[in-house]
Design a protein around this ligand. Structure first.
Ligand code: AMP
Length: 167
């Protein structure tokens, strides 16, 4: 018996996510590709030639951020090139340190999902940084949209702390 049957879980993809398999070709119209091209907005935290980091629009905790490679047309960890992945992880570490310093969470999760059955809903490889606060549960994955004013305030705090950390 699978874990879904044991817990009575709904095994359908969440939030209308398509059944994208691990080998489905990269779709250049995915929302993160649009953000990289500047065709869609984001609350940017960090950018260099290879990596972009921004706030999750449907955050699971206060300070939930995403880090993505800019040059890799890769859906997941299986098809991204190693060099691009290493550059992403270096930014994940830098940003996690800044988030912890500025927001003082009690823990921080770093997560990465591959394929719809593993929880992936956007098919451009990305790493989640999710600060965790004692006694506070996680919000539902990719569900409630955050208040733009709160996202702007958070963006300003983290961008300023990041700048401080680079001096
Ligand atoms: P995953 O389910 O691992 O593919 O994560 C995708 C993440 O992207 C989810 O946490 C969503 O809340 C988030 N997300 C979806 N659309 C946007 C967007 N336009 N800007 C920022 N985050 C987004």
């Amino acid at each position: 018996m699978g874990i879904g049957a044991r817990y009575g879980l709904d095994s359908k993809p969440r939030h209308g996510a398509p059944h994208v398999s691990l080998t489905t070709p990269y779709d250049p119209q995915n929302i993160f590709a649009q953000i990289i091209r500047g065709d869609a907005p984001c609350y940017k935290l960090y950018e260099d030639d290879d990596v972009l980091a921004f706030l999750d629009l449907f955050p699971q905790s206060y300070g939930h951020a995403l880090v993505i490679p800019k040059r890799s047309a890769a859906c997941n960890i299986l098809d991204v090139d190693t060099d691009a992945l290493c550059k992403v992880m270096a930014v994940v570490q830098k940003l996690a340190r800044v988030i912890v310093e500025e927001l003082q969470p009690d823990g921080v999760q770093v997560a990465q999902f591959n394929g719809a059955p593993a929880g992936q809903t956007v098919f451009h490889i990305h790493v989640h940084i999710v600060p965790r606060y004692s006694g506070e549960g996680l919000g539902i994955h990719a569900a409630g949209k955050a208040d733009p004013a709160e996202l702007e305030k958070l963006q300003a705090r983290l961008v300023s702390k990041l700048a401080e950390s680079e001096h």
